[in-house]
Design a protein around this ligand. Structure first.
Ligand SMILES: Nc1ncnc2c1ncn2[C@@H]1O[C@H](COP(=O)(O)OP(=O)(O)O)[C@@H](O)[C@H]1O
Ligand SMILES: [Mg+2]
Length: 380
């Protein structure tokens, strides 16, 4: 019986995040290890309940076997709990091991939800206020007064530093109130002055810190995001920083994530946010790592019968349940009807451009050497 692994992603994020690196690394490992691999877009899936039983359709065809492990990349700013999360929950209920799990993704899609999860665990975080109704921004201007000024304001669904700003005073907030979009709530957060323009991005995979990068803005602004022109350099993290990042990852139940830490004057840290759909191109470059490869190695270790004594399974994280359906695996090399199926180690021509990959014959050789060091995650 051979294992089956899916890479499930969303057409909306193909340009913004390094999906292709993960796709390529997964495909290569599956090819080498006789694992059936399939890359699937969210909109190819239909979920069913027929005769009281859960079912799954892919491209209008009912499946009889389900993947053991599904690597999920969904756009956290736009993920919909009534559609995307429904599919993820369904896969989980069918016995698939999702990486990351839907509950963990939910813990990160809204910055205030992240803080709700972390609260009560002794995790240092800046004081933060938010509200229920979409229109209550102006009401919060008074209620958030205890946070003092300047105050940090963020869309709870923002990303890449685009919906974060530093409000000078109450008048500034009142002026902005009429300009900001009110379709999602905002949060008001204590300004960590000493971290202005800098923070630490920590990438955690399988409950272990695989690297950390100091990010600094280059134009004086508060946000240090690389997508806004911030510059990242590898920097060693103190033991407190590492333990904090691991604690946050564990509480949120993440398999892989990027944790942003704000830096205090005394060298300690407070948590800024956690990213389930972590981008890692700048990180790979700064830290000379291959995060896509590390995520792929970790994922492969979750396949049935591959868990070694060395693997540190996170609290609450487990391997896939025994599959209920018979596995009709006829060939170790894939499923004939998928345009994304591997075939003798090579890829069908449609798959990579669909996922936003520029065709570059020198760099894109499937199974070719990585430009960066790929470290097996279990070695750390
Ligand atoms: N409370 C704060 N005090 C100081 N700087 C902050 C604060 N919150 C965020 N920042 C800066 O703004 C950046 C973006 O904020 P973040 O919450 O990570 O939003 P995004 O999801 O858009 O990256 C952070 O990386 C950090 O540099
Ligand atoms: Mg951030």
């Amino acid at each position: 019986m051979c294992s089956q692994l899916w890479f499930l992603t969303d057409r909306r994020i193909r340009e913004e995040y390094p999906q292709v690196q993960i796709l390529r690394a997964l495909r290569q490992r599956c090819s080498e290890q006789d694992v059936r691999f399939r890359a699937v877009f969210m909109d190819q899936i239909a979920v069913t309940v027929i005769g009281g039983h859960l079912g799954l359709q892919l491209n209008q065809k009912a499946l009889t076997t389900f993947p053991d492990v599904v690597v999920v990349r969904v756009s956290t700013p736009s993920v919909q709990s009534d559609s995307d999360i429904t599919v993820l929950r369904h896969l989980e209920k069918l016995g698939c091991r999702l990486v990351n799990r839907p509950q963990s993704i939910l813990n990160c899609i809204n910055k205030f939800w992240t803080f709700q999860e972390l609260a009560g665990h002794g995790v240092p975080m800046p004081d933060t206020f938010s509200y229920g109704g979409h229109e209550d921004f102006s009401k919060m201007i008074d209620e958030a007064e205890p946070l003092g000024y300047p105050v940090v304001v963020k869309s709870t669904r923002g990303h890449q530093g685009k919906a974060v700003f530093l409000a000078r005073d109450k008048h500034h907030l009142s002026d902005i109130c009429h300009l900001v979009r009110h379709d999602v709530p905002y949060l008001f957060q204590k300004y960590v002055k000493e971290s202005h323009g800098k923070d630490i991005r920590v990438v955690v995979v399988g409950g272990q810190v695989i690297g950390s990068m100091l990010r600094c803005s280059t134009d004086g602004r508060m946000q240090s995001n690389c997508s806004l022109g911030g510059v990242g350099v590898m920097c060693p993290l103190t033991e407190q920083g590492k333990q904090l990042a691991i604690q946050v990852s564990n509480i949120l139940g993440m398999d892989f994530c990027g944790i942003d830490l704000l830096i205090m004057d005394d060298g300690s840290f407070v948590v800024c946010e956690a990213n389930a759909n972590v981008g890692f191109l700048a990180f790979d470059q700064a830290c000379n790592l291959d995060v896509g490869g590390i995520i792929a190695d970790y994922t492969m270790s979750l396949l049935p019968n591959r868990q070694t004594g060395k693997m540190a399974v996170l609290p609450g994280l487990s391997s896939p349940r025994e599959k209920k359906e018979p596995d009709g695996c006829a060939s170790a090399q894939g499923v004939a009807d998928s345009p994304y199926t591997i075939n003798n180690g090579s890829t069908s021509s449609e798959s990579e451009p669909e996922l936003g990959e520029a065709r570059d014959s020198s760099a894109n050789t499937v199974g070719g050497p990585s430009p960066h060091a790929s470290r097996a995650w279990i070695q750390h």
